[in-house]
Design a protein around this ligand. Structure first.
Ligand SMILES: Nc1nc2c(ncn2[C@@H]2O[C@H](COP(=O)(O)OP(=O)(O)OP(=O)(O)O)[C@@H](O)[C@H]2O)c(=O)[nH]1
Ligand SMILES: [Mg+2]
Length: 206
């Protein structure tokens, strides 16, 4: 990260249990999605350089609301970073599981300022069924969007890289790329590995 792209301020904007209660789309938006406990909140904290801003926890399924944050960089970039509720956690109620799909569809179809979805997967687990479901929702939202206003790109991040030995990290990312047949960026919220590369991808998507 260069001095110009450094994040100079980051703040919580709003939390909403459903899409219709979110503030209207205004700034360019980047959303973070992935299974419960995969590390979405931790990654967002690392991106914004603010340790406790986005609540991270040991209790999977904790982030139930859509949380919007505002980040500003020294060179004048201002964007919304959106923490989406995690999926795939066995212990959430049936009603909650049922509401996830429509919520994602609603979000994807209505956020005209959405520029990219960062999809997080665990480096040790790779891309799973639930993740593919999210990708399918994204594709469906693109097709359904009448005004063609949903042009969000997909950025796949393999996180918790630090859980593997240094020697195993590169091969694991490569294996995941091959399996997913798309670019995958290695990341660690503990070491900060991949942070600058992810910011570069996010900026390229704006
Ligand atoms: N070692 C390691 N642990 C991580 C990393 N990222 C997150 N964790 C840990 O994984 C757990 C879950 O992290 P969160 O950031 O809360 O995950 P989340 O995806 O936001 O979880 P939900 O909001 O419940 O869906 C916490 O104990 C984090 O400390 C990482 O890169 N490396
Ligand atoms: Mg979270």
């Amino acid at each position: 990260m260069t001095e110009e792209t450094r994040i100079v301020s980051a703040e919580f904007v709003a939390g909403a249990p459903s899409v219709d209660k979110l503030p209207a789309p205004a700034l360019a938006e980047i959303a973070f999605a992935g299974r419960s406990n995969v590390g979405k909140s931790s990654l967002m904290n690392m991106l914004m350089g603010r340790k406790g801003l986005v609540r991270a926890s040991n209790t999977p399924g904790r982030t139930r609301e859509i949380n919007v944050f505002l980040a500003k960089s020294l060179d004048g970039l201002a964007l919304h970073l959106v923490d989406l509720p995690g999926y795939g956690y066995a212990k959430v109620s049936k009603t909650e599981k049922k509401s996830w799909g429509p919520m994602m569809e609603g979000y994807l179809a209505s956020r005209t300022t959405l520029r990219a979805i960062v999809l997080l997967v665990d480096i040790r687990r790779g891309v799973e069924e639930d993740d593919l479901e999210l990708v399918a929702y994204m594709n469906a939202a693109r097709r359904l969007s009448v005004e063609e206003n949903v042009k969000a790109s997909l950025i796949v991040v393999a996180t918790k890289l630090d859980k593997l030995s240094l020697a195993k990290q590169k091969p694991a990312v490569q294996a995941l790329k091959n399996a997913a047949k798309m670019p995958v960026l290695g990341f660690s919220a503990v070491t900060g590995a991949g942070r600058d590369e992810l910011w570069a991808k996010i900026r390229a998507a704006l």
